[in-house]
Design a protein around this ligand. Sequence first.
Ligand SMILES: O=C(O)Cc1cc(O)ccc1O
Ligand SMILES: [Fe+2]
Length: 278
Amino acid sequence: PQQGPLDITTEFGRLYVKPNEICVIPQGIRFSVALEGPSRGYILEVYDGHFRLPDLGPIGANGLANPRDFLTPTAHFEDRSVDGYRIVSKFQGALFVATQNHSPFDVVGWHGNYVPYKYDLARFMVINSVSFDHCDPSIFTVLTCPSNRPGTAIADFVVFPPRWSVQEHTFRPPYYHRNCMSEFMGLIFGRYEAKEGGFLPGGASLHSMMTPHGPDHRCFEGASNAELKPERIADGTQAFMFESSLSMAVTRWGEETCQKLDARYYECWQALEKHFHL
Ligand SMILES: O=C(O)Cc1cc(O)ccc1O
Ligand SMILES: [Fe+2]
């Protein structure tokens, strides 16, 4: 959720998920979502594999998102007769409806680990360079859904949390780049350092694979001239990225119907100047 909490009921119990928390519901689990008012957020559905914590490599035993901070529901059931209870299932890309005369949330107990869970992004332990250079944003991976090609993800969920920035001799914001992943970015709240202007909470950007992108002109000028002292960045901000080795298609709704496409987005780079001095 980006705006308003989600009051989620699942066959395993209930999850109350507030903005800056995320919720993962594995395939095939029945759930319903109750809202308390205006609501908005971001959904990522993977069609292959499951999300898990990334391998920590030399980071070692703990760090990034720690297992202890993932919360699963306690068993909860209701014995409720309901005429025409509608169950909506997605199968092969289409939605199907079945009706029954009782609540599906009548599972009395459960064991195992194929369960829905939630996680508070504020609990993420941030790792970064304390010497020089801008790290690959993979250091900010909360969860990954690996593909069967090693090192390549069906999807990574990456956050850009509040943190200290201390690198020396470095252009600290994201570098200008083209890469082999599709990057869908969203903003829960605050201002993303590389696009303080046009990128608003609830909005999204998509940089498809091998499409060049990077900070806007204002960010470039600011960071190029800033004194490199230790500095807090992203306080009051939560930006994130869904990154995939697959392509993401834009629907007609996203491109036209919603009338929210920023056709002038590219202009954020137009003022960048050439800085070669012979
Ligand atoms: O494009 C972006 O803003 C996301 C991003 C951030 C970063 O720090 C490095 C690479 C990257 O793709
Ligand atoms: Fe990027």
